[in-house]
Write a protein that binds this ligand. Structure first.
Ligand SMILES: CC(C)(COP(=O)(O)OP(=O)(O)OC[C@H]1O[C@@H](n2cnc3c(N)ncnc32)[C@H](O)[C@@H]1OP(=O)(O)O)[C@@H](O)C(=O)NCCC(=O)NCCS
Length: 153
């Protein structure tokens, strides 16, 4: 199955609303409103198979040298086919283009990220993070996600 990764456009917003809402209901992703997606669509990449969007991911700048991978998800039926790794590659490429050397994620999918060259780090090394998304997260005071980091060279 050949997946193609590309930057998201305004035409992808409705698909992304549904894809992300599905994961948010299961508690594995923070919800993203249509308004927020409209404002931040330029930070998203999508994966397509035969013209259908089957996955997405985004990059959020947390500091001068640090970005976070957010909203990474693959549709049911398309997992385990290398598409998530392809999206991560695309996001790493975007970070490199922006000259940002550190890429982190907060995740339950540690094995997946380790296979993509990330290592587990202590969450406390990311102070910027606290002031962005976490203040809106229901799990703020009991965060059980694992922080992973990849340095680009
Ligand atoms: C996690 C997720 C993005 C991975 O995408 P994917 O397309 O299924 O992963 P890939 O096929 O690229 O897998 C790459 C490697 O990681 C491994 N892997 C993938 N998911 C894994 C998991 N849950 N546990 C262990 N290993 C996993 C694969 O076996 C593969 O290993 P290999 O290269 O030795 O064959 C996808 O499963 C998903 O959407 N999960 C639900 C949403 C989520 O939790 N997102 C993470 C938010 S940060």
């Amino acid at each position: 199955m050949q997946a193609v990764c590309r930057k998201a456009t305004e035409n992808d917003i409705e698909t992304l609303v549904d894809l992300i809402a599905g994961y948010a209901e299961k508690g594995i992703m923070l919800p993203r409103s249509r308004d927020m997606l409209k404002r931040q669509i330029h930070t998203f990449v999508v994966a397509e198979v035969s013209g259908e969007v089957v996955g997405c991911g985004s990059l959020t700048q947390l500091g001068a040298d640090l970005v976070e991978i957010r909203s990474l998800g693959i549709s049911e039926g398309y997992k385990g086919l290398g598409i998530g790794s392809k999206l991560v590659d695309q996001l790493l490429h975007e970070a490199k283009e922006q000259n940002i050397p550190k890429v982190m994620a907060l995740t339950y999918e540690v094995n997946f990220f380790e296979k993509n060259g990330f290592t587990i780090v202590n969450k406390e090394i990311f102070p910027e993070k606290v002031w962005t998304d976490c203040i809106h997260c229901p799990k703020q005071h009991a965060c059980d996600e694992i922080a992973v980091l990849r340095m680009l060279n």
